[in-house]
Design a protein around this ligand. Structure first.
Ligand code: ADP
Length: 404
């Protein structure tokens, strides 16, 4: 069965058509910079060259239509018709406590996911636009939702509760949920396998302490101990934790009231600022959220880019310290997602903080991008690596399991 996996991020739509029998990718690609200037579709059928189509994409609906047209294109496509897609697996960000595992998409599941929209305002609506677009174009094809929150359901109470009146948890389920769970699940297991192959084959996944830094437009750090997520930096919503592309991450909660008085704005307006105009964009005083732009400005000596880069890296280093303490040690630190896989400046600067763990970095290895690579030296006390995430493969496996 061919499974189309759709992964709508805040500014991107990644897709893969996967043969679920042999888990080979038939075609894949990405719509980048959705909603910002320079949007493009990069499409590649297996074994063929990439085709880049530059076209404005105002939203995820337009992006989804472009992907389906590319897959069925008479010249460069891989399908005669959309009927050759047996199922669609969608990444869905927030399932609250309603979903602790993946679900076959029905009207009820769409409604229940919509009820979580306020908890993930940048993501759930984008995810659901992908669901609705596929349903419009392929009404008979079964679809599965794979939730980012599911992997973190193993967190203990002490990690998921906030220090606020307990009744808010009881009444409204205000707690830490965590996100990027599909990526953290895949990458933690894969990094353990890579560690076994290259460093020490006597340590099973269930015996390792792993810190996964998922650094994309959204970014989170997870502590994985004995194969389970025990803490993660995102919270009730994907706003908490690291400084991100446009999101603030951790702030003093009193800032919201303070700014709402100073700026004469509602709480909703301030929250929108924290989601959409903060992070490295806010720290630079505007400009690009893309780390390729920020890194080249940083290397060119622009002070606003340096300010953003330094704060971004420092926050990651602080979380690594916190999770090392939470697990009473760490065996593997693993970078993943767009920035974690490709940005050697970010990885290198984070690791400059980690000398106290006995970590030393191999600079030549750290220059390698986009593949499994150990970037620490052989005598480093902790193994630091970069591993490409594969949320799509995880989603295809769950989709197959639910529709077969
Ligand atoms: P999301 O899925 O959250 O939208 P990604 O994981 O695609 O985001 O990460 C986006 C970030 O990754 C951008 O800041 C971009 O600069 C960086 N990135 C992605 N691909 C590359 C690459 N090939 N080289 C350098 N940076 C990259």
């Amino acid at each position: 069965m061919n499974i189309l996996v759709i992964n709508c991020g805040s500014s991107s739509l990644k897709f893969q058509l996967i043969n679920s029998e042999n888990e080979e990718t038939i075609a894949k690609g990405i719509c980048e910079r959705i909603g910002i200037t320079g949007s493009q579709l990069i499409y590649a059928a297996a074994g063929k060259d990439k085709i880049i189509t530059e076209k404005p994409m105002d939203d995820h609906l337009i992006a989804t239509k472009m992907v389906l047209s590319a897959l069925t294109d008479p010249v460069n496509g891989v399908l005669k018709s959309l009927n050759e897609i047996g199922a669609v697996g969608h990444r869905l960000v927030h399932g609250g406590e309603k979903f602790n595992k993946s679900a076959l998409i029905t009207e009820d599941v769409i409604r229940a996911t919509e009820e979580c929209n306020e908890l993930a305002p940048l993501h759930n609506p984008a995810n659901l636009t992908g669901v609705l677009a596929c349903r419009e174009l392929m009404p008979e094809t079964p679809m599965v939702g794979v939730f980012d929150t599911a992997f973190h359901q193993s967190m203990p109470e002490k990690a998921y509760l906030y220090g606020i009146p307990y009744e808010y948890y009881e009444m409204y389920k205000v707690r830490r949920y965590g996100f990027h769970g599909t990526s953290h699940a895949y990458v933690s297991r894969h990094s353990a396998e890579y560690y076994q192959a290259k460093v020490d084959n006597s340590r099973p996944f269930e015996d390792l302490k792993i810190i996964v830094c998922h650094l994309g437009n959204g970014a989170s750090v997870t502590a994985v101990k004995n194969g389970r997520s025990i803490d993660t930096s995102m919270g009730l919503t994907p706003l908490e934790g690291l400084i991100m592309g446009t999101r603030s991450g951790d702030i003093d909660p009193a800032i919201i009231e303070f700014l709402s008085h100073k700026e004469n704005k509602t709480i909703e307006e301030i929250t929108a600022v924290l989601n959409k105009k903060s992070g490295v964009v806010g720290l630079q005083g505007g400009g690009s959220s893309d780390f390729r732009d920020i890194t080249s400005d940083y290397l060119a000596g622009k002070p606003e880019a340096a300010r953003a880069m330094k704060a971004y890296v420092y926050r990651i280093a602080k979380y690594i310290g916190a999770y090392t303490a939470a697990m009473n040690g760490v065996d593997i630190i693993c970078f993943t997602a767009g920035i974690g896989e490709n940005n050697s400046i970010v990885r290198g600067e984070v690791c400059e903080y980690l000398g106290y763990l006995g970590i030393t970095i191999d600079n030549a290895a750290n220059d390698i991008k986009g593949e499994d690579i150990i970037i620490s030296t052989a005598d480093s006390k902790v193994t630091v690596m970069s591993v490409p995430t594969d949320e799509e493969l995880m989603i295809a496996r769950d989709t197959r399991a639910l529709v077969m």
